[in-house]
Write a protein that binds this ligand. Structure first.
Ligand code: ATP
Ligand code: IP8
Length: 395
């Protein structure tokens, strides 16, 4: 059968970019092969097909194609940021219930009326052909929602990090002579590592609360602790391949990965803080991630910090340049977090991560946790009437 190329031109800058962009616009493998092969000179058909096989395009579960949604619940919403190690139980409950209501059944515990004996289970709803069909009534393939969850640290981490002078890191660590110049004495090193150990323990305590709440709600969630869990993950990130692989394997098994900002090594003898916003940036650029959402404690991005300037107005759309990552429009002043213990840069870091994700072709929304608007954003049912900020790349 002749292969029909979808009409171009496609916005391709490199093999990777073209691959990712086209994937988000079509789910037809042959069309992808066709577009890419006509644009990437010197790449043979076999190389392209090998590459497609290496990086499986579609994620499916129980026969359904998955729409993978990457969501970060910020520490400002999940905790009372000013009070050491205090969770906001209402926010956590809202989050777990909302995820349960919006996720594909395949990520949930089986219904109570299913019968399982010696690991062999009979699905009580198996008889319902429509419910279990991989296709919609119009013949199109069913797409069901999967979530990758990242959470911030809030008062489980930022307080301790500040006490031990651990900072958010956004660039790779210095190496060679530059690193040797930074080497601190044994006492300094021990103190820093004590800070790392305590900060990590604190945020892992929150992670356990989040995972417990999701599991209690009936969601099959598992903790993935990035530093020391993902080989070579450091305070600035930098282990994207391993991270992506673990997250993907988890989803494919029908489990919801729950990651968190973390305290990590930075170089060989230093420590620093890996913000959940950096994890969002690393995962949000994957070609199989459909959307990214930041749930925070304000309605979205304002012209200025709304906690400082009551006249600040909400920006519903922010356009970023896909090459420079600069904000094209409108004018926005972002400062760090208004919470005094924050060590990872507040909204400034979030917006930089959002710009990078948007430039890779994934739409990003920033919205207030616990609101109807947030529920609509999670369901992809929002429009301009919802108070939220969408970050997208252009022109
Ligand atoms: N232009 C702006 N628009 C909106 N919020 C802003 C702006 N400038 C600064 N902020 C501040 O950013 C804060 C949100 O960032 P913050 O890092 O605290 O969120 P978070 O992701 O929920 O927390 P965490 O980093 O602990 O996970 C808001 O409470 C607000 O005060
Ligand atoms: C302070 C720690 C341990 C992680 C910070 O992650 P963030 O709250 O997502 O910026």
């Amino acid at each position: 059968m002749p292969i029909q190329c979808p009409p171009g031109p496609w916005p391709c800058f490199s093999w990777r970019r073209s691959y990712a962009t086209v994937l988000k616009e079509t789910t037809t493998r042959l069309a992808i092969w066709c577009c890419c092969s006509s644009l990437v000179q010197g790449t043979t058909e076999n190389q392209i097909i090998d590459s497609l096989q290496d990086e499986e395009i579609l994620l499916t579960l129980e026969g359904d194609e998955l729409e993978v949604v990457l969501v970060k619940i910020g520490g400002s919403s999940l905790t009372h940021k000013a009070q050491l190690e205090t969770v906001d139980s209402d926010a956590l409950q809202w989050f777990s219930n909302t995820i349960k209501e919006t996720i594909h059944e395949g990520f949930k515990a089986p219904p109570l009326d299913n019968q399982c004996e010696d690991s062999v289970c009979v699905d009580s709803d198996m008889a319902n052909a429509d419910k279990n069909s991989a296709f919609n009534s119009d013949g199109s393939r069913r797409k069901r929602r999967a979530f990758i969850i990242v959470h911030g640290a809030g008062s489980f981490g930022h307080h301790t990090a500040k006490e031990y002078a651990l900072k958010g890191q956004f660039q790779p660590p210095p190496t060679g002579a530059a690193e040797r110049n930074n080497i601190i004495g044994q006492t300094g090193r021990r103190w820093t590592m004590q800070g790392l150990a305590k900060t990590r323990l604190s945020v892992q305590t929150l992670n356990r609360l989040v995972v417990s709440s999701l599991v209690k709600a009936g969601v099959n969630a598992v903790a993935i602790s990035p530093c020391f869990g993902i080989p070579r993950m450091q305070a600035h990130g930098g282990a994207t391949e391993g991270l992506v692989r673990v997250v993907r394997d988890t989803l494919q098994a029908g489990l919801v990965p729950v990651l968190h900002g973390d305290a990590c090594l930075y170089g060989t003898m230093q420590a620093g803080i890996l913000s959940g916003d950096i994890l969002m940036e690393q995962l949000g650029q994957c070609h199989w991630v459909g959307r990214a959402i930041f749930l925070t404690d304000v309605d979205g991005v304002f012209t200025r910090d709304p906690r400082v300037d009551p006249h600040a107005t909400l920006l519903k759309h922010i356009q970023v340049d896909k090459d420079t990552l600069d904000i094209i429009s409108p004018v926005v002043t972002v400062t760090g977090s208004s919470h005094e213990h924050d060590v990872t840069g507040g909204l400034k870091t979030k917006l930089a991560s959002a710009a990078t994700i948007a430039a890779s072709g994934t739409n990003v929304t920033i919205v207030k946790c616990g609101t109807i608007g947030a529920e609509r954003v999670l369901l992809a049912e929002h429009d301009d009437t919802v108070n939220a900020t969408t970050v997208y790349s252009g022109p």
